[in-house]
Design a protein around this ligand. Structure first.
Ligand code: PSU
Ligand code: MN
Length: 307
């Protein structure tokens, strides 16, 4: 029945059936996060980082209504170039299928499709969360509910600092989602390595992380895990510069009444403009760093599963 909807790339399907490590990658950062051709270059380089670290990449998107697990080079190029690809979260999936549209998957929908294919580790830039001003706007990303229910670990550089990080952590705590610091006691804030908020647990190796993931899912403790991996120091932004840009971007989005799914892409594009492109460079580097750790965790998990 699933074959009607899900198309798994043969290399990914072989790896999954052989118990080899696979890392899912999202596509909203391709279509809504970066300009062409930088988006395509970054997506392909991220796949190469997965391979260099011993796992198979599976970039996920919806193409002409099919849920694709493991895009081809041509499909990545197509997604990167095509205008009008729809940012697709959980609610959108059935309609993108029925209308045979192209959809770029967010953290939530990438988790859903990875789970359908049996992929347990996913690496990206940052998760969505509770927006600043959420007590008024109710703007809370569907990514958080997905983390509550879907068994996929998400390696990211923490919650994007365009969000209300404190409220995002409270939400995840209520939903029972562990927030882990990879080599750090402090939650990173995407463009910078520090947020001032503590993580629930610190882990220092892929093996320790894999052991915790296996224990969680062996016990039927449903849901994802946030594995927060700090941006490498050499690519970190100056906190004053980035925080100033974010404050200005949030103010402008409020003035313009930007809402719903437009909010995150608007804020990130504005921050990029205000930092003269520097935030995009940091964003790309933190993605590579997360993808590397994601591959290492997937390798450790596949070894544990084989025992
Ligand atoms: N990175 C970008 N642009 C984006 C996102 C990430 O450069 O739009 C996406 C991610 O896919 C994340 C989503 O899952 O934003 C969260 O959006 P929302 O708050 O609408 O759920
Ligand atoms: Mn939102």
């Amino acid at each position: 029945m699933l074959e009607k909807y899900v198309v798994i790339n043969p290399e990914v399907a072989d790896a999954l059936s052989a118990g080899k490590p696979v890392v899912a990658l999202e596509s909203t950062i391709i279509s809504h996060g970066m300009p062409y051709p930088k988006n395509v270059e970054t997506a392909l380089a991220a796949e190469q980082v997965v391979r260099d670290n011993g796992a198979i990449p599976a970039t996920i998107a919806i193409i002409k209504g099919k849920l694709k697990v493991g895009l081809t080079l041509e499909e990545i190029e197509y997604l990167g170039k095509t205008e009008g690809v729809i940012k697709t979260s959980r609610r959108d999936i059935p309609f993108i299928i029925a209308k045979k549209l192209d959809g770029a998957t967010t953290v939530a929908s990438t988790m859903i499709i990875a789970d359908l294919a049996g992929i347990r580790v996913f690496a990206t830039g940052g998760i969505g969360g509770v927006h600043r001003g959420a007590p008024e706007s109710f703007d809370i990303s569907a990514d958080l509910q997905e983390l509550a229910h879907t068994n996929v670990a998400v390696v990211c550089a923490g919650a994007k600092s365009i969000l209300d990080i404190g409220l995002t952590l409270e939400y995840l705590e209520t939903q029972g989602v562990p927030v882990i610091g990879y080599g750090t006691d402090e939650l990173p804030a995407f463009y910078t390595s520090r947020s001032g908020y503590a993580v629930d647990y610190r882990v220092d190796s892929p093996e320790e992380t894999a052991e915790a993931l296996k224990a969680k899912w062996d016990l039927g403790l449903e849901g994802g895990v946030v594995i927060a991996n700090p941006i490498p120091a050499e690519y970190e932004m100056d906190p004053e510069v980035i925080n100033g840009a974010i404050a200005a971007a949030v103010k402008e989005s409020e003035e313009k009444g930007i809402k719903g799914k437009e909010s995150t892409p608007f804020l990130l594009a504005k921050v990029k403009e205000l930092t003269g492109g520097a935030s995009l460079d940091s964003n790309i580097q933190l993605v590579y760093n997360n993808v590397k750790v994601g591959a290492q965790i997937a390798v450790a998990l596949s070894k544990l599963e084989a025992l």
